[in-house]
Design a binder for this molecule. Structure first.
Ligand code: MLT
Length: 398
């Protein structure tokens, strides 16, 4: 008799962004003019040097002499070499880099490599994929009343600790860290990361470091965990072209699995990739390669500066209206405290109904996100200006 995976039944309601979409769709029936600050999705067009490289690659595939079939599952060396050189100053070897279609699926799939009894720790709040994939991997018990899953170690990130995940009091085996953190937008300092690497070395743990937003860092926070000494013995890093190069519609990312890790995860991941993945399409990898060309770098730098400008515009505007804010310095996410002790979903519904603004409820990222919402600053300057006007009008009404 076929039976469903019982771990799926432990998952809470729908995936966060599905629930937001559902509520927004129904609000749209009354007010079609909604302003979207919800899911973090890029709004600037794909940079021309990337488009050009992809078109050339597609043309190659249509010619007898240059067509290709399956590529290497872990990615073409032309891209892995560029990444090693540009993103890691050749401190990481190209064969420790695995090209994939998304950091989201890699950060979930990596759980396959660990012993079923391993204990997972994660920042709270953080990207919901980590907890969902921990539950699906059978590394949790049921969800408890306060919204946490038993068997998982939550690391509360609060105003009091500057949204920096504290070290666990007991031993854990696998630790998800996202820096700059989605949703708080706060990046871990070098000092904080050193403590985590030290912890992992002492406890023979593995850190799963998600650096999807590193390109937006403006402080002196590390862009990679490998800036910390000995991190190559205890850390896997996920990176993505999605936000830094506008690849959300294309799908290209990479995962670094060092050969020096204290358990042989490099060979296991390589094995997994060859069994389960046929690689990212050749034209997309050529597009990703173009992000490292001189013209590509130039356009992408302007795009990041534009997103940073928008983040500042939104942050300053919200601050002027009296909101209590965090983040928005090292990431295009602003973490906003809901006024009048409203709960996250209450404030979400309130903004949706009274201002036609879509944000993301903080509690969807973990119990410690309760009482907050996240604004994504990928929205255009014009959208931000309109939203600030609507919020100002809303303040005047109260
Ligand atoms: C977010 O809004 O948190 C992200 O865009 C979701 C994602 O990258 O999957």
């Amino acid at each position: 008799m076929a039976e469903i995976n019982p771990h799926y039944q432990k998952l809470k309601m729908s995936y966060l962004f599905q629930e937001i979409e559902k509520r927004s769709e129904s609000a749209r029936l009354k007010n079609p003019d909604l302003l979207n600050f919800g899911i973090g999705d890029v709004t600037l067009p794909l940079a021309k040097p990337i488009v050009k490289a992809m078109c050339a690659a597609i043309s190659e595939l249509g010619e007898t002499n240059t067509h290709r079939g399956y590529g290497p599952g872990g990615g073409y060396s032309f891209l892995r070499e560029k990444i090693a050189q540009h993103d890691f100053s050749d401190q990481i070897s190209p064969d420790e880099i695995f090209i994939s279609n998304s950091a989201k699926s890699d950060s979930a799939n990596i759980q396959e490599l660990f012993h079923p009894n391993n204990i997972v720790a994660l920042a709270d709040p953080t990207y919901p994929v980590y907890i969902d994939s921990t539950v699906l991997a059978g590394r949790s018990k049921e969800v408890s009343e306060n919204g946490t899953y038993e068997g998982v170690t939550y690391l509360p990130c609060t105003e009091e600790n500057n949204f920096t995940p504290p070290l666990p009091s007991g031993a854990v085996d696998v630790i998800y860290l996202c820096s700059p953190n989605n949703p708080t937008g706060v990046a871990l300092t070098k000092n904080a990361l050193e403590k985590w690497v030290d912890y992992a070395l002492k406890n023979k743990a593995i850190i799963l470091f998600d650096a999807a937003y590193e390109a937006f860092i403006t402080s002196n926070a590390p862009h990679s965990i490998y800036e910390i000494e000995n991190a190559n013995k205890v850390a896997i890093e996920f990176r993505s072209f999605s936000k830094k190069a506008g690849f959300t519609s294309l799908g290209c990312a990479y995962t670094v699995v060092p050969k020096d890790l204290h358990i042989p995860l490099h060979s296991l991941w390589k094995r997994r990739v060859s069994t389960k993945f046929n690689g990212v399409p050749y034209p997309i990898q050529r597009g990703a390669e173009a992000t490292y060309s001189e013209s590509g770098k130039e356009v992408l730098k302007c795009q990041i500066v534009q997103y940073q400008k928008q983040t500042k515009q939104l942050r300053d505007g919200l601050q002027k209206l009296g909101y209590t804010l965090f983040g928005g310095i090292d990431a295009p996410y602003i973490w906003c405290k809901a006024p009048s002790k409203m709960k996250s979903w209450e404030f979400f519904d309130y903004l949706l109904e009274h201002a036609g603004i879509i944000c993301t409820p903080g509690s969807g990222f973990g119990p410690s996100g309760e009482g907050f919402v996240r604004f994504s600053a990928f929205a255009s300057e014009n959208t931000i200006t309109q939203a600030l006007k609507r919020l100002e009008a809303l303040c005047a009404l109260h």
